[in-house]
Design a protein around this ligand. Structure first.
Ligand code: ADP
Ligand code: MG
Length: 695
């Protein structure tokens, strides 16, 4: 048996090969290439770092006002004080009186004149040569010094294997035809340059990562990602999925004269909007393919995505397959369950309901009928369905409010039919639009359909922003509202730190409102209730037995009670853009004029003020999503899970958007004309790392 040595600090950072080290690029640089006299430093060194040197003429530890080391150095022109608030005995010794030191730092005005606080100090002879290149500063985890990383990188750059792995192999013709200019260096030169830029390099463009050397690296990285995505796309197309074409659906499975799909269209109390009909046609076409659908249905809150999910499910069921509809929360899943019962019940469809709070026996029963194939439609939360259920014949999985899960969490449901492996079709639904740059990168293998029209008769929601100090006024307005026979929501603040605290404030508001509105029935729903309890409250609200529903954010998505057209959100300043937009989407569904009152407590931060203002001014989901994205960056939209290995390391999707298209073109040409180079390129960039996202 070989004993394994523990990994070194570098290895722990993933820097375990010459290539990994070569691609560990500096985050910034320090300029040690110039040396100034102390007199010059005193003039030039304000607000930026400067290098000078001299002989130590004083070295003294002071104890007032706190322990610190004061050192003075001097050259022919002037003297300069250095101040260290934390220091080691070794530093004290390094700067003993008479020693010659080279120091670098900013000069600032201290109480006793100009000084450098915590400069970088090196003991060198006065004529020690200056480096010819800028000094790289590398991303590092705690406890590992720049010196160690620099040494390792320099050594790696000299490694013979690197010549091979960084060799230029992208065809010159392809590069010159695609690249905008010819000042991009070959990869190996670009990488060497970024590690050791010459003294006269354009530091601004290096820092901003717009330098041609950076461009070259970013292009290569994007190219690898695009290739990887295109391959995922090709792989999906080679997979088998059952084909659900419209015309065969009746004859094939049942002897009934109408298909479930047509039956559903008859049962629906409304006609599809133009936009719904269009996206249904797109999805229908996907379902008739023999490879699995991977489509995102995007449509603002209230645009009517659920019925499209139902139609897709109907199509699968018409072919004798099962369909599953998944939602992120129990409440939302339950809404779907009720809706599907309403629509499919009359058609005699067997629906299985999977909820975390089912009794063991009920759960087993549900699982039994799913496994036997008796259940045609399965509804539940995402986690529940994904983890534990085995299906008789699943043909379609619908994942609602997909953005909540992040891209990675996708289903890989496959089943063997004879010797063949079948995948199920997937439909994701989300109210959050995907910005173009993300659509071209992480989501590139996702087809997108958009419902860009709300069902007719929707009233715009009037949003008001009100100080919490006017709570009494709000409550009396609420009284008048309920007196008209209308219903309302009262949403309690999100308290991220504590669920208990959140519950407590919800209970307090509930009690206060119950007292203040004695003529009306007030209900309370929150995340701690068992799901039957939640269902009972929601059902009572839907039946107008409850007029005012006090709720925590559990009602964020999907809840649908048209007679409830007023929503009060307490501490609206604590919510994000998307949350308020989703919440607000619960009202404005009926014939009454809808109102959303955003109550805020002072003081209001600048960001919160801007957020509430934007939300008051627009209810356009696209505008709100754009604001949200510029605030949070794409990482969060992708879901925290993606942030690590899969993110592009050197590309910033906002800054480098224009490069994506170039990389896309290059990837297409490379795959078509130089298939043999593709593996090499992927290997270079991915090495042992996992694949890029194949959304
Ligand atoms: P979301 O896209 O937010 O999931 P839903 O599917 O819950 O929206 O639909 C919102 C409401 O609009 C529901 O009450 C639904 O029954 C209704 N609806 C959907 N499509 C139409 C339509 N074409 N005409 C009228 N009402 C519709
Ligand atoms: Mg919905």
């Amino acid at each position: 048996m070989t004993t394994k040595r523990p990994p070194t600090a570098l290895e722990k950072m993933g820097l375990n090969s010459p290539m990994a080290l070569a691609l560990h690029l500096p985050s910034r640089y320090e300029d040690e290439t110039e040396l100034f006299t102390i007199e010059e430093a005193l003039g030039l060194g304000r607000f930026h770092s400067i290098q000078t040197q001299g002989v130590v003429i004083r070295n003294q530890v002071m104890f007032r006002p706190r322990r610190q080391l004061l050192v003075t150095i001097e050259d022919d022109t002037a003297s300069l004080q250095l101040r260290f608030l934390n220091f080691y005995p070794s530093q004290q010794k390094q700067m003993a009186v008479g020693a010659h030191v080279r120091v670098r730092g900013e000069v600032r005005e201290g109480y006793q004149g100009p000084e450098m606080v915590h400069p970088i100090v090196r003991a060198v002879t006065p004529d020690a040569p200056l480096p010819a290149s800028l000094t790289p500063v590398y991303p590092a985890s705690a406890g590992i010094s720049q010196t160690i990383i620099r040494k390792a990188v320099l050594q790696a750059l000299r490694d013979a294997s690197l010549k091979e792995s960084l060799a230029e192999f992208l065809p010159t013709k392809l590069m010159t035809e695609i690249l905008p200019s010819n000042d991009w260096p070959p990869l190996q030169d670009a990488i060497a340059y970024l590690h050791q830029p010459p003294a006269d390099a354009n530091t601004q463009s290096l820092l901003e990562r717009t330098h041609p050397a950076w461009r070259r690296v970013q292009f290569e990285e994007l190219l690898a990602q695009q290739i990887s995505l295109k391959r995922a796309h090709a792989i999906r197309r080679e997979r088998r999925a059952p084909s659900f074409a419209k015309d065969q659906s009746v004859s094939k499975v049942s002897k009934k004269t109408t298909s479930i799909e047509d039956g559903l269209l008859k049962v629906l109390p409304f006609k599809l909007t133009g936009a719904q009909a269009r996206v249904w046609a797109e999805i229908g076409a996907d379902l008739s393919n023999t490879f699995p659908m991977n489509r995102l249905l995007q449509g603002d809150v209230g645009s009517g995505k659920t019925v499209i999910a139902a139609l897709a499910a109907a199509r699968a069921m018409d072919h004798g397959y099962q369909a599953a509809i998944m939602a992120p929360t129990e409440i939302l899943a339950e809404q779907h369950y009720l809706k599907m019962q309403e629509w499919f019940g009359p058609l005699g469809i067997k629906i299985a309901w999977l909820s975390g709070s089912l009794k063991v026996k009920e759960k087993r029963l549900a699982q039994d009928i799913i496994e036997s194939g008796e259940a045609q439609l399965i509804i539940g939360t995402h986690a529940l369905i994904q983890d534990k259920v085995s299906f008789a014949k699943l043909g379609l999985a619908v994942i609602d409010e997909q953005h909540r899960f992040g891209v990675r969490q996708r289903l890989e449901i496959q089943q063997r039919v004879g010797s063949e492996l079948f995948y199920c079709h997937q439909l994701m639904m989300s109210a959050t639009p995907i910005p173009r740059t993300l659509a071209m990168t992480y989501y590139a293998d996702l087809d997108v359909s958009v419902i860009d029209e709300l069902p007719p008769g929707r009233k715009p929601i009037a949003t008001k922003v009100v100080k919490a100090a006017r709570r009494d006024e709000v409550i009396s307005g609420l009284h008048d509202w309920l007196a008209k026979g209308l219903q309302a929501y009262w949403v309690c603040p999100l308290i991220e730190e504590s669920e208990v605290l959140q519950l407590q404030t919800a209970v307090e508001s509930f009690e206060q409102l119950t007292q203040a509105l004695p003529n009306f029935k007030v209900g309370l729903v929150h995340g701690r209730l068992r799901s039957e309890e939640k269902a009972a409250v929601m059902a009572a609200f839907k039946a107008n037995e409850i007029q005012l529903l006090v709720a925590t954010t559990v009602i964020e998505v999907g809840v649908d009670v048209p007679n409830a057209a007023l929503m009060v959100i307490e501490h609206a300043e604590r919510f994000g853009y998307a949350q308020i937009h989703q919440l607000r989407g619960r009202v404005g569904r009926g014939s009454a004029d809808s109102v959303c009152i955003l109550m805020y407590a002072e003081p209001l931060s600048l960001a919160a003020k801007e957020r509430l203002q934007t939300l008051r001014e627009t209810s356009d989901g696209f505008v709100i999503a754009e604001r949200d994205l510029s605030l949070r960056g794409p990482g969060e939209l992708l879901g925290a899970k993606q942030s690590g290995d899969a993110m592009l390391r050197f590309v910033d999707l906002q800054r480098d958007a224009w490069l994506i298209e170039l990389a896309q073109m290059a990837a297409e040409r490379l795959l078509a004309e130089h298939g043999e180079l593709v593996e090499r390129h992927l290997e270079r960039w991915l090495g042992s790392r996992t694949e890029f996202l194949k959304a």
